[in-house]
Design a protein around this ligand. Structure first.
Ligand code: G
Ligand code: MN
Length: 271
């Protein structure tokens, strides 16, 4: 969701978007919508949810994060939105005892004291929150910076799980998988598109899956829109699926009665 650098069109619109987002924040119109990530072995079972930011307009319509985040991602407002998303996610996790939730965070925010304070203060509220929280970090150039392994160690010290988001979408660097410890690999939606009939995507998807298995990562296929795509992905061993075929992001889903444990998901935050 966070791209680096922002597209030119987005940069040109930044002041207008900043004003709209600032206004929406002050009027409590920035909210999280939750999209299920289901198990490949039984797509009726939700492994976890991803909380996605969206801006609700006064007339009730809304825009998803992709429409405004790229424009403000490098700005201080990008840090405010990341902290806001984390705070709202942690509050929902406190309210819903079994909820496993993934929240997006820009690598830039991993250097923001305010984001860290939101994380540590939130996790201190309940000793079981950390094991239910997944932080999704989009691959970008700043993940290669020399202080990232130390920042990751600090993150893992909090007991949370870490996902590499949109893998393969941007400046893909396989070295990140070797040098930074992730629990989950989210394979970008471009590789799942028509994968059941697109030979190129079949080869790319299988290669990414082989790499993920080597690093013992839980795999999630993003943007799965059809059951034909899902069938191919499951047959070839994907762990989890996310996309419109299994549920659109919703502000108030009916939460499950219980959630899968980390061992059911074949990864553990303490690994
Ligand atoms: O970058 P990240 O994967 O965090 O963002 C997910 C984005 O993709 C959200 O804006 C969400 O609404 C959108 N999305 C989720 N599932 C699908 C899907 O199946 N198809 C498409 N086109 N978009 C999706
Ligand atoms: Mn994400």
């Amino acid at each position: 969701m966070f791209h680096d650098p922002p597209p030119l069109a987005a940069q040109l619109q930044t002041p207008r978007i900043e004003a709209a987002v600032g206004q929406a924040l002050s009027e409590n119109r920035i909210e999280l919508a939750y999209q299920p990530v289901v198990m490949g072995s039984d797509t009726g079972v939700v492994a976890f949810y991803e909380g996605l930011l969206r801006l609700r307009h006064r007339d009730g319509g809304y825009q998803s994060a992709g429409a405004f985040l790229p424009a403000v991602e490098t700005r201080p407002l990008g840090r405010v939105l990341d902290s806001w998303a984390l705070q709202m996610g942690l509050l929902e996790m406190q309210r819903v005892p079994h909820l496993r939730l993934a929240i997006n965070v820009s690598p830039r925010s991993l250097r923001d004291p305010r984001w860290w304070s939101t994380l540590t203060t939130g996790l201190a509220e309940d000793p079981h929150l950390a094991e239910r929280l997944i932080l999704e970090i989009t691959e970008c150039a700043s993940l290669r910076s020399h202080d990232m392994p130390e920042i990751f160690q600090r993150l893992r010290g909090q007991g949370v799980s870490v996902a590499l988001d949109d893998f393969g979408a941007g400046c893909t660097c396989f070295g990140n998988l070797r040098d930074l410890r992730f629990d989950i690999l989210k394979i970008d939606g471009q590789f799942t598109k028509d994968v059941h009939q697109n030979r190129d995507n079949q080869v790319l998807f299988k290669s990414l899956l082989t790499i993920a298995r080597h690093f013992e990562l839980l795999t999630v296929a993003e943007c799965v829109e059809s059951h034909a795509e899902a069938a191919y992905l499951c047959f070839n061993g994907i762990d989890c699926l996310q996309g419109y075929a299994f549920g659109r992001p919703k502000p108030k889903p009916s939460w499950p009665e219980h959630s899968l444990s980390p061992s059911d998901l074949h990864f553990s935050a303490s690994r």
